[in-house]
Design a protein around this ligand. Structure first.
Ligand SMILES: [Zn+2]
Length: 358
C-alpha cells in the first residue's frame, strides 16, 4: 500500500514537472523572442570594410536608428552597438547568421543612448556586454530611460504611426501605397518592441582602455575623454586601421543633449592620434576623410561660444537654440540646414556653463 502510494506520488511529480517545462530549449527560445520583429525584406546592409569586419546599416525595413559593426574573429563574433530595441537586436543576430555560423560572444555599447544600447536584453548569459563604467551607471536602474531624450522618442511613436496610417489611407496610386507599407510596418514593429524594453547594463566595464585578443584579431577599446556623453568608447582595430566611433564622431552632427562640447574638442584630438584610415560611425556611412574631424571640432567650438554669448546677453536657452547661427559650417557639414540647433543642445550648454565644477 505504502509503495503504491509512493509510486503515485512519483508519477504525479513527474507529470507536474513535464507540464511545467515541456522542453527547456524551446522555453528559452520563446522567452527570448521579442515582439515587433515583423519586417519585409532585409533589415541590414552589411558593408564589408575589412576581412571579417562589417558596418551594419539599417535598410529601413525595421527601425534600427543607429548603425552597428560586426567583427568576425577566428572563433567568435563581436557586435558593436545593438540598436534601438530588443527586436532590432534580435533581427541583427538573425541576419549575422548569414555572414557567419560563429557565436556572438561580445557586445560593445559605445555609449548609453537608446539607439546604441537598447537591444542589450536579447543577449544570453554567454555574451559579455562591454561598456564604459559611466555607461553602466546610466543603464543600471533605468536612469537613462527616464531621461527626456528617450522619453520624448517613445512619446512621439503613436503620432508617427498615426501619420503613416493616414498617408497610406490617402494614397491612391497602388505602387506608392505599397511603398508606404514598409515604414508603417517598421514603425508598428518598433512600438511593439519598445513596450518590452528593459534597461540592461554592461556586464564588463572599463574606465580608460581594454584590449581583447581573439585569435588573430586585436580589438582595442579606448575612452578618449568626455565628448558625446561622459563615457564614449571607440573600438580601434590596429591591424585593420579602422575605428568604430559610435556618436563620438558621426558622418554628420551628433546630438548634444548629454555632451561636453568644450571637452569633446580635446577628446577628438586624442582620436586623431590613433593610426586609422577608416571610420565606422554610429550614424551615416563609413568614411576615410579625416578632415571631417576638424570640421566637427570647428562646429563644436562655435556652438559653445555662440550659445555662450547669447547666454551672457540674458537670452533664454530656447531663444538661443533658435538664434545661434552656424550656417558658415554648411559647406563642410551638409547636415546643417539653417540657423539654430535643437533646444535640448542649448539647454545642455546652459547647464554646463552654470556648473563650473563638473
Ligand atoms: Zn548618442
Amino acid at each position: 500500500m505504502r509503495l503504491a502510494l509512493a509510486l503515485v506520488m512519483v508519477a504525479l511529480l513527474m507529470a507536474v514537472s513535464i507540464w511545467r517545462d515541456p522542453s527547456p530549449a524551446t522555453a528559452l527560445a520563446q522567452a527570448r523572442m521579442p515582439a515587433g520583429t515583423a519586417h519585409t525584406g532585409k533589415a541590414f546592409r552589411f558593408n564589408k570594410v575589412a576581412e571579417g569586419v562589417y558596418h551594419a546599416v539599417g535598410t529601413g525595413a525595421l527601425q534600427v536608428v543607429g548603425n552597428s559593426a560586426v567583427i568576425v574573429n577566428d572563433d567568435d563574433v563581436m557586435i558593436v552597438d545593438d540598436h534601438v530595441s530588443p527586436a532590432a537586436a534580435w533581427v541583427l543576430l538573425e541576419e549575422v547568421k548569414e555572414l557567419t555560423p560563429k557565436p556572438v560572444r561580445y557586445v560593445v555599447n559605445t555609449h548609453f543612448h537608446f539607439d546604441h544600447a537598447h537591444g542589450n536584453q536579447v543577449f544570453g548569459p554567454n555574451v559579455e556586454i562591454i561598456g564604459h563604467e559611466f555607461t553602466r551607471q546610466m543603464l543600471a536602474g533605468g536612469k537613462s530611460a527616464a531621461m527626456p531624450l528617450f522619453r520624448n522618442y517613445v512619446a512621439g511613436l503613436p503620432a508617427q504611426i498615426d501619420g503613416l496610417r493616414k498617408r497610406v489611407a490617402a494614397e491612391t496610386a497602388p505602387e506608392a501605397k505599397a511603398k508606404l507599407q514598409t515604414p508603417l510596418q517598421a514603425a508598428e514593429s518598433n512600438a511593439a518592441s519598445q513596450a518590452e524594453f528593459r534597461s540592461v547594463p554592461p556586464t564588463v566595464t572599463l574606465r580608460t582602455e581594454m584590449t581583447l585578443y581573439r585569435g588573430s584579431r586585436e580589438i582595442q577599446l579606448r575612452f578618449l575623454g568626455r565628448g558625446h556623453t561622459g563615457g564614449d568608447v571607440v573600438v580601434f582595430l590596429p591591424r585593420e586601421r579602422l575605428v568604430i566611433t559610435g556618436d563620438f564622431l558621426t558622418s554628420g552632427l551628433s546630438n548634444l543633449s548629454d555632451s561636453y562640447p568644450d571637452e569633446w574638442v580635446t577628446s577628438l584630438e586624442a582620436l586623431k592620434k590613433l593610426p586609422f584610415d577608416t571610420v565606422l560611425p554610429g550614424h551615416g556611412e563609413a568614411f576615410t576623410d579625416k578632415a571631417k574631424i576638424d570640421y566637427f571640432q570647428a562646429w563644436l567650438r562655435d556652438v559653445w561660444t555662440g550659445v555662450g554669448q547669447l547666454k551672457k546677453q540674458g537670452v533664454s536657452f530656447e531663444e538661443a537654440a533658435k538664434r545661434v547661427d552656424l550656417t558658415r559650417h554648411k559647406g563642410n557639414i551638409p547636415a546643417i540646414q539653417g540657423p539654430g540647433i535643437p533646444v535640448i543642445g542649448a539647454q545642455r550648454i546652459y547647464e554646463l556653463m552654470d556648473t563650473p565644477a563638473r
